[in-house]
Write a protein that binds this ligand. Structure first.
Ligand code: ATP
Ligand code: MG
Length: 776
């Protein structure tokens, strides 16, 4: 153990060596907070603390697994196995299952994902005959989520005139009713959504002192990573659980708080000292992750935020390369630049795909990156898009499995009651729903008693409903006797799901069958893994629990070598040798939706800080001058965040300065093929650089001009050539297409056009009235 402790610096050792009492470690990115947690847990165990008594909460389950592995390396596998580690959601889902009866839930409750929740809310809005444009399901779910995370139950909502007034003011006077219906519907379905997992845990701990006492006694040592992003609900759970022993260690960085939009409350970190007595506060200052350039540039940026704790972050690492800034004309070109750079780096420096990450503000930006990576055969993995388990065909199979475990699950039932088609129409389902709401029972229960309830259904329909019930019950019998793999395979055949897709015969249909096969493979792995671990047969319920809480990051086994693509939010806590932060444009990053107040802008800046500090050796900041957004080509300006970094840390790959241009990066679409000689950025050829510019260094004083996109007024040196004497053979410069030679001139006056062969972009015909050309 001593060996591992001595590998830490002195500041890191302190929170490891303090065994008891509340402590908080506040430190900047890459300073070893997560590492401190790992060594601290191992050290507690080596001092005799039972693994059962330690609870560690992480941002992803993957992070928990990695931590566990490291701890196992120190203290041995058998010891580490019993640690409670995982995300808030996965840990408390487990606890809720064993205590579910106290809250009136079945222990096999379903966990609704956001798709299920949205469907359910959509249905309620329809039944209440409300306007979908005003009551947008996504917005409604967002509100319900924020109520739940602030522990505002339906009852609390109706006791709070201010909340009701606020909803009425935003044209949603029936918000409370929707909330109530939604909660009732979930309860009736034996389902909890993600926010319930926290809300219900709070209820459990508040309402049942003996349960609270049990878990307080159990979790004698509690550790929380990324504490800055805990929301109120999570904060209360941690506080309740640690209230007896006060052995609570939280680590975080206020500068990396990026989930305010989901209710994360930075005050949790600021108030920690007030919540507990004798809090030890530790600070770590040395960054081990990144080069000096990156660390200092990141400090530079975060300095612009007013709301922050004063912190020092320094590094003994080398200066490293400057942060490279690249401008493209379009998002397509931006993608090609990123792909070309990765390609080149791999060739020249023997790097692996897995050493690169591409980070963006919004998921939609991945497409341009994917296209470019595919063209170069660079393998990649997208995290956080539509995950495997959210694909339709997979959700269909899972819906049947959910019904096997919990037949009350209404979202699952409505999803597959008539898929594949079995003659149970919408009207029948509506009648069943109304009856279920009336009797406060689940739809499945209504179906079980269909002969006793008068729903004016004909005997054919009743028989079909009966068949469905019998089918699910037969699956339940199989589930009791066979493993999850056997059952799932049986379900896919028996329900006709696979036949349905085979009938379809299109490439999409075939891909869907392959996905179902992939699901079966996953279940096989799971069941076999289970046998290996504890000799028990792979239980379906456990598999489903895994599926419900899995995040894309969790699935990453890291065994194949791929470039990682993800939003910055997901990248928290991770590190990569080379990081591209793309789409650094005003209105995109910072997001147009987050610039209304200073605090929103500061959150965007923290997000940028998180992005930049993921990089170990090289960071790239890229932006495009125009990009497709919402189906339209929009012009964009470089993000203010680039300007906020002192020039000494940056290298501009294509500075804008009159008469001084780099050749644009080669464009695959134009050349059709990859010409490696063009991959490297060309030295400036046109004109003479200003005296203070060296050929390979941008002008450090051109601080303001460098980032302004070329607009008409920045082009004052160019003549309006509408009526000037351009002739074939002239070499000209165009603000978008770069250098070219005039091949032909035609037309007169306002219709005068020039045909120009551009070095990059090929032959183009331009109306001189609009084209801003400069003869060089
Ligand atoms: P973030 O704020 O991004 O979550 P962090 O503070 O949790 O960062 P870690 O991820 O724990 O930082 O550490 C960053 C990197 O520095 C890791 O690769 C880690 O192994 C390494 N590291 C941390 N402390 C030391 C140390 N004392 N000696 C050598 N390497 C260290
Ligand atoms: Mg960390």
């Amino acid at each position: 153990m001593q060996k591992y402790i001595s590998q830490l610096n002195e500041a890191q050792q302190l929170p490891v060596l303090q065994k008891d009492g509340p402590m908080i470690v506040i430190a900047g990115a890459g300073s070893g907070k997560t590492r401190v947690l790992t060594v601290r847990i191992a050290n507690l165990m080596s001092q005799g603390v039972d693994a059962f008594n330690i609870l560690s909460l992480t941002f992803t389950n993957k992070a928990a697994r990695e931590m566990k592995k490291r701890i196992a390396d120190i203290v041995g596998n058998n010891e580490a196995k019993n640690l409670w580690m995982g995300t808030f959601h996965s840990v408390f889902a487990k606890i809720l299952r064993s205590e579910a009866d106290k809250l009136g839930y079945p222990s096999n409750f379903t966990i609704y994902d956001s798709q299920d929740s949205l469907r359910c809310i959509g249905g309620i809005i329809k039944e209440m005959q409300l306007d979908k444009e005003i009551y947008k399901p996504k917005q409604i779910l967002g509100r319900i989520s924020s109520y739940k995370n602030s522990l505002i139950t339906v009852k609390a909502y109706f006791n709070n005139p201010e909340l009701q007034e606020a909803d009425a003011m935003s044209k949603k006077p029936r918000m409370g009713e929707i909330y109530q219906n939604y909660v009732e519907r979930c309860f009736k379905s034996g389902a909890m959504d993600f926010d319930d997992l926290l809300l219900k845990t709070n209820e459990l701990l508040n309402l049942f002192p003996e349960v609270l006492a049990k878990y307080q006694d159990r979790f004698r040592y509690i550790l929380v990573d990324e504490y800055q992003d805990t929301n109120h609900s999570q904060y209360l759970i941690v506080r309740a659980l640690s209230d007896r022993f006060h052995n609570i260690c939280v680590v975080g960085d206020d500068a990396q708080s990026i989930y305010a939009f989901r209710g994360a409350n930075i005050n949790n970190i600021l108030n920690f000292q007030k919540d507990y007595e004798n809090v030890q506060m530790y600070r770590l200052e040395q960054n081990y992750r990144s080069s000096k350039n990156i660390v200092e540039a990141a400090n530079n940026v975060i300095d612009k935020n007013k709301t922050k704790l004063d912190k020092i972050v320094w590094t003994a690492n080398q200066d490293g390369a400057k942060i490279k800034v690249h401008r493209s004309l379009t998002d397509g070109e931006e993608g090609r630049f990123v792909a070309a750079t990765i390609f080149e780096e791999k060739m020249q420096n023997q790097m692996l795909n897995g050493q690169f990450a591409i980070l963006y503000r919004t998921n939609a930006q991945s497409r341009a990156m994917e296209d470019a990576l595919r063209k170069r055969d660079i393998p990649y993995r997208i995290y956080g898009g539509l995950s495997f388990y959210q694909r339709k065909e997979i959700k269909d199979v899972l819906a049947y499995l959910r019904l096997v475990i919990n037949p009350k699950d209404e979202e699952a039932l409505v999803r597959v009651i008539n898929y594949p088609a079995r003659g149970i129409g919408d009207t029948t389902v509506e009648k069943l729903t109304v009856a279920a709401n009336h009797y406060k029972r689940s739809i499945f229960e209504v179906m079980e008693h269909i002969d006793k309830i008068d729903l004016k259904l004909n005997s054919g329909t009743k028989a079909k409903l009966n068949d469905f019930v019998m089918m699910i019950k037969s699956f339940q019998v199989i589930n009791e006797n066979q493993d999850a793999f056997f059952l799932t395979e049986h379900v896919t055949k028996k329900t006709g799901l696979v036949q349905e897709l085979k009938k379809d015969g299109t490439p999409e249909g075939i891909a869907k069958i392959e996905n179902i096969e992939e699901l079966l493979n996953g279940i096989k792995d799971f069941t076999e893994g289970q046998v290996e671990i504890d000799g028990a047969r792979g239980a379906l319920a456990e598999f489903m629990e895994d599926v419900a809480l899995v995040t894309d990051l969790d699935k990453d086994t890291g065994d194949d070598d791929r470039v990682a693509l993800m939003t910055i939010h997901l990248a928290k806590g991770l590190e990569f040798p080379h990081v591209f932060v793309v789409g650094l444009e005003e209105d995109l990053f910072p997001s147009a939706m987050s610039m209304n107040t200073r605090s929103e802008l500061e959150e965007e800046r923290r997000l940028f800080y998180v992005a930049l500090t993921r990089a170990e050796h090289q960071a790239y900041l890229t932006y495009a001058q125009s990009r497709y957004r919402w189906g339209k080509l929009v012009d964009s300006e470089p993000s203010r965040f680039i300007e906020e970094i002192d020039d000494q840390y940056l290298e501009y790959l294509n500075p804008v300065d009159s008469g001084y241009r780099y050749k644009p990066v080669m464009d695959i679409d134009v050349f059709g093929d990859i010409d490696k000689s063009k991959l490297r950025l060309a030295k400036p050829k046109m004109g003479t650089p200003p005296a203070n510019l060296k050929s390979d260094q941008p002008n450090p004083s051109a601080n303001v001009r460098k980032l302004k996109p070329m607009s008409s007024n920045s082009n004052s040196g160019s003549a309006n050539l509408f009526d000037s004497n351009l002739a074939s053979g002239n070499i000209v410069m165009h603000e978008r297409f770069g250098k070219g030679q005039i091949v032909n001139i035609e037309g007169i006056g306002a219709d005068k056009k020039a045909e120009i062969r551009f070095d990059v972009g090929g032959l183009k015909k331009l109306l001189l009235r609009f084209a801003k050309l400069e003869v060089i």
